[in-house]
Design a protein around this ligand. Structure first.
Ligand code: 9MG
Length: 282
């Protein structure tokens, strides 16, 4: 069953995280994200894609300018800003109706994105990559999605113990910087530094790996934990993704970061009606 959390957002209605799952649509703004190439085309395609995800029921749009896929090259601050800022500016000018999150582990990028209108930081380094990240979040009073990604992990130690310690450290960093206790959303970090067996062990019981009283974001969409099992390519992983989304919801997840908004949204509606009953009036 789902714990309920109210997450304040600057200048917007708060996120209510409880029985009703939220869908976060992924908007990657990397040169390989939209195949037709060129800066202008990239911006147009990104805007069209964001609008489509909102029409399909996305509650949040997550804008990212650096791929974290295995083998991807990191990009510099300026390059990342050049990718994400025109998109954020255009989405804000467009009067985007849903909150924007900025997918970055770089405090400078987070700071600029928030000044332009993003209201959530999605940090795959869980506030532990750069000491200024928690300060940026506290300064602007925005929530942070703190993802578990323990590089060079001691794999002889149980994963869940490792994750509890990691999140305890993220929470301490948030508190030290003056972020409110309702400013953190925890994320198990599916696919980041975990074996196939660990990813599935985590999907079955991630609440035991996360300190209590925090909302949880689940990001499994099209990941290799599905592809390795089914021996398929990312574009063939929708059915597998939906299975992980539904299991993630039943097991206590609140937000689902996905590529295919409509299909995951529909699956979550069915899952919610099964756990809590259909909406009144239907
Ligand atoms: C950027 N990114 C890629 N995978 C992710 C995941 O699982 N969670 C979050 N928060 N961000 C992710």
């Amino acid at each position: 069953m789902h714990t309920t959390h109210t997450i304040p957002l600057p200048g917007r209605a708060p996120l209510i995280l409880g029985q009703t799952p939220l869908v976060m649509g992924i908007l990657n703004v990397t040169p390989d994200s939209f195949s037709d190439g060129g800066q202008h085309n990239l911006l147009d395609s990104a805007l069209a894609h964001a609008r489509q995800m909102i029409a399909e029921g996305a509650d949040i749009i997550d804008v990212g300018g650096e791929s974290t896929r295995p083998g991807s090259e990191p990009v510099g601050v300026q390059e990342e800003l050049d990718r994400v800022m025109p998109v954020i500016d255009a989405l804000v000018a467009d009067g985007i109706g849903v909150p924007l999150s900025i997918d970055t582990y770089k405090p400078l990028v987070a700071d600029q994105a928030i000044q332009a209108g993003a209201t959530i930081i999605n940090d795959v380094h869980g506030l532990q990559g750069a000491p200024q990240m928690a300060e940026v979040a506290a300064l602007h009073d925005v929530p942070v999605i703190a993802m578990h990604w323990q590089k060079d992990r001691d794999t002889t130690r149980p994963l869940f113990d490792d994750m509890q310690d990691y999140f305890t450290h993220s929470i301490a960093l948030a508190e030290r910087a003056g972020m409110g206790r309702d400013g953190l959303i925890l994320d198990p970090g599916f696919g980041f530094g975990k074996s196939l067996a660990e990813n599935y062990q985590l999907l079955a019981g991630f609440l035991a790996a996360c300190p209590q009283q925090f909302p949880i974001l689940i990001g499994t969409s099209r990941k290799s934990m599905i592809g390795k099992l089914l021996d398929n390519t990312p574009d063939q992983r929708l059915a597998g993704t939906i299975a992980t989304t539904v299991l993630g919801y039943i097991n206590g997840g609140h937000i689902f970061r996905v590529h295919d908004v409509r299909a995951n949204r529909d699956a979550l509606r069915v899952a919610q009606a099964t756990l809590y009953g259909p909406p009144a009036g239907l």
